[in-house]
Design a protein around this ligand. Structure first.
Ligand code: GLU
Length: 306
């Protein structure tokens, strides 16, 4: 296993130049796309790693899985399905048109509209206490209390988020949320969640807990009710890799979620969790080197679920 992870890293990093760092959030343009890391945790809790596994980067869209988990735990399922679909989409993760075509209802919880809607649902129940709910859940799943938010990435995203705010206002315009929803404030909570700093090890820990239906096989602690594991993984498989979820399913064949910060979490129902990092992205917003490494690992371990 050690050799496999090292080999996947060495092969994957060869593609580092081909990826493009996200720059629509100005602060993300500073990321170094020659850095990559991969961590695999097997079902016995053994950890294998290669590359820059301690280097932190912003979690971005991967936090959508954690926020969705908090919603599943806290919000009435009927309210969730009234506000958010579970449909894959062929449009980009930040598409205003997709929200409009859906009558204001986000296609799924793993596009921007869906994650902002999740934050809105939490705000309806928790008000200002929503602020740290997701951060604390990330800390718990990754088993690292020192995880923090990057203030510079948060501010950069907050100050340039006109498209995301348009999406949120459209959800109000179409009645998914009522008019007293403080859109800017709740959108800022979502941007803050996207700016949480994690490393590849953290992502592997989160992946491993999702792969094991809520059991943290490293610490032996239960992190969430086992009934949510299948839901999280299913929506990851359908919608986790943006509008390239189908292509990723063909190539890698595992439930996964990526973020424009360069991370990917990947959870095999056989109990294996894999976290990868490399900030160079493909055209859909998925880490290019991360996908290459996953392809090699899942192929070798025969983890393809379909
Ligand atoms: N914070 C990013 C945004 O809202 C998340 C995008 C992503 O990682 O897909 O645009």
């Amino acid at each position: 296993m050690k050799d496999l992870i090292k080999g996947a890293y060495e092969e994957g990093i060869k593609f580092a130049d081909e990826g493009v760092v996200a720059d629509y959030i100005p602060e993300l343009a500073k990321e170094d796309k020659s850095k990559a890391g991969v961590v695999l945790i097997n079902k016995d809790g053994d950890i294998f790693e290669a590359g820059e596994v301690e280097k932190t980067f912003s979690i971005q869209s991967i936090v959508k899985v954690v926020a969705y988990l908090v919603a599943l735990e806290e919000i009435d399922p009927e309210r969730i399905s009234e506000a958010i679909g579970v449909k894959p989409t062929a449009l980009p993760f930040n598409s205003v048109l997709d929200v409009e075509l859906g009558g204001g209802k986000p296609r799924n919880p793993y596009v921007n509209a869906g994650a902002m809607a999740v934050t809105g649902l939490l705000y309806e129940k928790f008000g200002d206490d929503t602020l740290d709910l997701v951060l604390n859940k990330v800390r718990d799943l990754a088993d690292r209390d020192s995880i923090e938010v990057s203030e510079s990435i948060y501010e950069s995203e907050r100050d340039t988020a006109f498209n995301n705010r348009a999406i949120f206002y459209m959800m109000v315009a179409r009645g998914v949320f009522n008019e007293d929803m403080p859109v800017d404030k709740v959108a800022n909570m979502y941007f803050r969640n996207c700016s949480i700093l994690v490393n590849a090890k953290d992502l592997a820990r989160i992946s491993s807990v999702i792969a094991n239906d809520g059991l943290d096989v490293v610490s032996g602690k239960r992190k969430f009710d086992e009934k949510y594991g299948r839901t999280l993984r299913t929506v990851m498989a359908m919608c986790g890799m943006y509008d390239n979820s189908g292509e990723f399913a063909l190539k890698v064949g595992l439930p996964a979620k990526s973020g424009v910060g360069g991370g990917i979490i990947s959870a095999s129902p056989e109990g294996i969790g894999i976290g990868t990092y490399c900030p160079g992205l493909d055209e859909a917003g998925n880490s290019l080197v991360g996908q290459k490494m996953l392809e090699i690992i899942t192929d070798e371990l025969d983890l393809y679920i379909y």
